[in-house]
Design a protein around this ligand. Structure first.
Ligand SMILES: Cc1cc2nc3c(=O)[nH]c(=O)nc-3n(C[C@H](O)[C@H](O)[C@H](O)COP(=O)(O)OP(=O)(O)OC[C@H]3O[C@@H](n4cnc5c(N)ncnc54)[C@H](O)[C@@H]3O)c2cc1C
Length: 407
């Protein structure tokens, strides 16, 4: 009998699984149930949709031979009976179930974020997770003069840069001492902050938003230090939380995310991948790990490699968006371990910063910001995880001048 594979969640992990399963010649039928009204798309490019560089069609993701069921929210699972129920009451059967429900934006504890009737966000306050969010934000940005982005991680920085590109003066408020602190170090963040300033974005780090003022329509954000930033738009970029309610209600194991083992298995015939999954205590919340998990699961379920294992993903991130570019790998904070050495190259004039973190002749971490010419060589060396051939400086300069090196 042809196995029926149901994928819950029509996002990036779901699409990758379906595409890989098809490419590997998996014998089953794959159905992707997605709550959003459209088939899967590349969410990472939403800021580029906001600027108008891409439209919704051009960021659609391939699904192999899978059937997409957009606008079909799954509201209940019965792992024992191997069925799922859709919002319209329809019950569907499956043989294998893949949970890929992603994550929801976190709403920070800031007064005045919600409408006065308590229903939904106040007018002018936005999250950016879906194409629908993006369309609403783009509409509101027309005629807006000032925006405040709460949160200076990768999403906050991308959103702020996109709003500035639309001609809206934008300010980022970030609680941590520097921007994108999970992936960059303080020096790289300073170079990034300066680049953002030239693009029309100012940053207030080490600061917290305390309240949003303005009644039904936002008018200002008040900081914890009492300072007030007038604005017509607020974008919340304070991280995400895995969507686990469906799994939890079905009695599946959930901690922060849906718990998976190295085979991405949750329970017999039930698997989870992407932002909703928690593997060895880690919820990644990034596209790279979501795709790696989807690839492993496709190899297992297609029969191409039934024993494939997901060992985890070493930290790796890349942002490349109109005028801002960085890549970060592994451990970037050398102060964590006295056995680590650093090679650093800063060019304030060109707004670039490059750093290698080494243990002996092994690369354990790196940052490239503003100049990604050597990113492929670096990514290769990081993936190899072995002794570096030759002087590591070539990974920063590509074999060119050696001036300005600090050790
Ligand atoms: C603007 C933006 C920029 C980003 N930039 C980067 C970046 O530069 N680098 C990076 O690595 N990551 C980035 N990310 C994060 C990245 O997009 C996510 O890690 C990735 O989308 C995770 O894929 P996923 O399939 O697990 O979740 P998602 O892509 O969120 O997909 C989950 C889908 O499941 C659907 N769903 C949930 N519950 C149900 C249900 N019960 N029934 C049916 N459907 C359901 C949701 O509606 C959603 O469509 C960015 C995210 C955003 C929003």
């Amino acid at each position: 009998m042809t196995p029926r594979i149901a994928v819950v969640g029509g996002g990036m992990a779901a699409a990758r699984f379906a595409e890989r399963y098809g490419a590997l010649g998996g014998p089953g039928t794959v159905t992707v149930y997605g709550a959003e009204p459209r088939a899967p798309y590349n969410r990472v490019l939403l800021a580029e949709v906001l600027t108008g560089r891409y439209d919704a069609e051009s960021i659609a993701l391939p699904l192999g031979g899978a059937t997409a069921r957009p606008g079909c929210e799954v509201v209940a699972l019965d792992p024992a009976a191997r069925t799922l129920r859709l919002a319209d009451g329809t019950v569907e059967e499956w043989d294998e179930l893949v949970l890929a429900t992603g994550a929801n934006p976190v709403l920070p504890p800031v007064r005045g974020l919600r409408r006065t009737d308590g229903y939904g966000l106040a007018e002018g306050v936005h999250t950016l997770r879906t194409l629908e969010d993006c369309a609403r934000l783009a509409e509101d940005a027309v005629g807006a003069r000032r925006a405040v982005v709460i949160g200076g991680g990768v999403l906050g920085v991308s959103a702020a840069r996109a709003l500035a590109a639309l001609g809206v003066r934008t300010e980022i408020i970030h609680q941590a001492p520097y921007l994108i602190e999970r992936q960059l170090d303080a020096e790289a963040a300073e170079v990034l902050r300066e680049r953002l300033r030239t693009l029309g974005v100012d940053c207030y780090t080490g600061n917290r938003a305390r309240a949003v003022h303005g009644g039904e329509k936002v008018g200002a954000v008040e900081l914890a230090n009492g300072y007030r930033l007038d604005c017509d738009l607020v974008v919340l970029a304070c991280g995400t939380r895995p969507r686990t309610a469906l799994a939890h209600a079905a009695g599946l194991p959930v901690a922060t995310g849906v718990l998976v083992d190295d085979g991405l298995s949750v329970a017999p015939h039930v698997y989870a991948v992407g932002d909703c999954a928690e593997h060895r205590g880690t919820v990644h919340g990034l596209a790279g790990p979501a795709w790696e998990q989807a690839d492993v699961l496709a190899r297992r379920l297609s029969g191409a490699e039934p024993d494939a294992r997901y060992p985890g993903t070493r930290p790796r991130a890349r942002l490349s968006t109109g005028g801002l570019e960085y890549a970060a790998f592994g451990t970037v904070d050398e102060t964590l371990d006295p056995g680590l050495d650093v090679l650093r190259l800063t060019d304030a004039t060109r707004g670039s910063y490059k750093k290698l973190v080494l243990r002996g002749d092994r690369l354990v971490g790196a940052i490239l910001l503003g100049d990604l010419a050597t990113v492929d060589a670096l990514a290769g060396a990081f993936a190899d995880d072995g002794a570096l051939a030759g002087h590591p400086l070539h990974l920063l300069t590509g074999g060119t001048a050696m001036t300005g090196v600090a050790r």
